[in-house]
Write a protein that binds this ligand. Sequence first.
Ligand code: SF4
Length: 137
Amino acid sequence: MKLCSACLLGLKCRYDGKNKPNEKVINLAAKETLIPICPEQLGGFSTPRKPAEQKNGQVITEDGDDVTINFESGAKQVLALAKLYDIRSAILKQRSPSCGCGQIYDGTFSKTIIEGDGITTKLLKENGIEVLTEDDI
Ligand code: SF4
């Protein structure tokens, strides 16, 4: 059993109200239980919502609003779910400010990629939970 970014499984939970279905992830869901999670929705955001990126340890929308607290709240909810089911592994969407693993956008909204983890990924890793991306499947 693994946690999985809901957008990779085809749920329309992204900031733009769309999904990001990944065939390999969906095929995997036929073989093992993947629990869909969207940390941003769990953090209290509606869908669609303003795009946000990490910058200097905070998460900022394109309009300059600091939404770090929502991202941290969503991450804590995901961790609580992982603990409830004793889940040791997650497949999360690469480059998202919540779900990215090893790569995120740089906070300039110019599609520039830098090294870093999403807020949820960071918290899961700190708690010993393995994080994979759709690229690792
Ligand atoms: Fe997908 Fe994660 Fe963004 Fe939710 S927060 S839309 S699960 S990448």
